[in-house]
Design a protein around this ligand. Structure first.
Ligand SMILES: *Cc1c(COP(=O)(O)O)cnc(C)c1O
Length: 371
């Protein structure tokens, strides 16, 4: 055991090795044309992205956080408003709601890590403007009841689909259910750039036109400004990179699915993980388990050369900026309990079945020794 096998949590250099030729060719084209901002690669990606997500429109933006920010801004949500979301997401989801001046209102989650629709209505007030579900780990949130509640109370639905490109719910892609779908192209997401990038999807033409201006200084053409806007555009180089990678997304997702099947088979009865329901297809941005003695297991795996992560160890309602909102420990018991039991195991297309067998054998070993 002096030199255990290594299983990295993520291995981007390995992906680069496989795509090097295509990637570099497409980047060079950008230099040769000098079209660094907007231009044909961005347009091409937007069109592809929209089509892939069953949406009419997509707009490239600077990152996933800006996608959320601009999506909410374009709905004129701000000071005095409330937005319902979850306490277990990347900090950006709630942070963005706070940054536009609105109040994030947290609703507890279910075993599948997503918002519990049955708990949403209790939190709706006359200030509520939108519901912002997160498709965490790449699994779609339960959209039908969410859309029903939104309709009944006249609320917008904005999807945080940063982890979930390609996931479907009753056969429809995430990002196509609400007024907006917000995606991140951060290097750690399933479809990624070599730096920051993001995308907003929508089916609403007026909203799309507002967003187009909002992400480009409020300009409706080169010289005329309709309102104060932002500079949040997707770089052409990043768009060219993502266009290259897009060709591989479906194959990657299939590979990931096979690896997840193996994880599930090997870990059945040893640790818990959400079941895949018939009407949903998760793209498994993360393979997250729930287990006893999580910290000890994580250390044991690390001692055996296996990297794991926790998404996320501190529920957002217990983070410093949420204190002034009046949240305290015990308010969202399910999310709090989960945060102590979750562990994300390595999952990416370049992983091999042997890697999974090694990881699962070490997990088994840990619980056997413990007994
Ligand atoms: C990554 C992520 C974001 C933010 O995306 P960036 O591109 O990093 O700004 C937002 N929400 C969730 C759920 C994410 O995973």
């Amino acid at each position: 055991m002096n030199n255990p096998k290594q299983v990295k949590y993520i291995n981007l250099p390995l992906q680069y090795k496989q795509l090097k030729k295509e990637l570099l060719k497409n980047i060079v084209t950008i230099f040769e044309t000098g079209q660094f901002v907007l231009g044909p690669e961005v347009k091409k990606l937007e069109n592809r992205f929209a089509k892939y997500c069953d949406c009419k429109y997509a707009i490239g933006v600077a990152n996933g956080t800006d996608a959320l920010f601009l999506a909410l801004k374009a709905l004129e949500i701000g000071s005095g408003d409330e937005v319902i979301t979850v306490p277990n997401s990347f900090i950006s989801t709630a942070g963005t709601i706070g940054n536009i001046g609105a109040k994030p209102v947290f609703v507890d989650i279910r075993k599948d890590y997503n918002i519990d629709p049955e708990k949403i209505e209790d939190e709706i007030t006359d200030k509520t403007k939108a519901i912002l579900p997160v498709h965490l780990t790449g699994r779609p949130a339960d959209m039908n009841p969410i859309l029903k509640i939104a309709k009944k109370h006249d609320l917008y639905v904005v999807e945080d689909a940063a982890q979930a490109i390609g996931a479907t719910y009753h056969g429809k892609k995430v990002g196509s259910f609400g007024i907006a779908g917000c995606f991140s192209l951060h290097p750690l997401k399933n479809l990624n750039a070599c730096g920051d990038g993001g995308m907003i999807t929508t089916n609403n033409t007026d909203y799309y036109e507002t967003l187009l201006k909002l992400h480009n200084h409020g300009l409706k053409n080169r010289n005329e400004c309709d309102f104060w806007g932002y500079n949040s555009r997707l770089d052409s180089i990043q768009a060219a990179i993502v266009n290259t990678k897009f060709d591989h997304l479906e194959i990657w997702n299939k590979k990931i699915r096979k690896l997840v099947d193996l994880y599930q088979e090997k870990l059945h009865g040893i640790v818990e993980f959400p079941e895949d329901k018939k009407f949903e297809k998760s793209v498994y941005h993360l393979f997250m388990i729930q287990c006893d003695d999580r910290n000890k297991l994580q250390r044991y795996l690390s001692d055996n050369g296996i990297e794991t992560k926790i998404h996320y160890p501190i529920p957002i309602h217990l983070q410093k900026p949420a204190k002034e909102l009046g949240y305290k420990k015990g308010d969202l018991p399910f999310a709090e309990k989960q945060s102590e039991r979750i562990l994300s195991l390595p999952i990416y297309p370049e992983l091999t079945p042997d890697d999974i067998k090694y990881v699962t054998s070490k997990i088994k070993e840990f619980y056997e020794v413990k007994k």
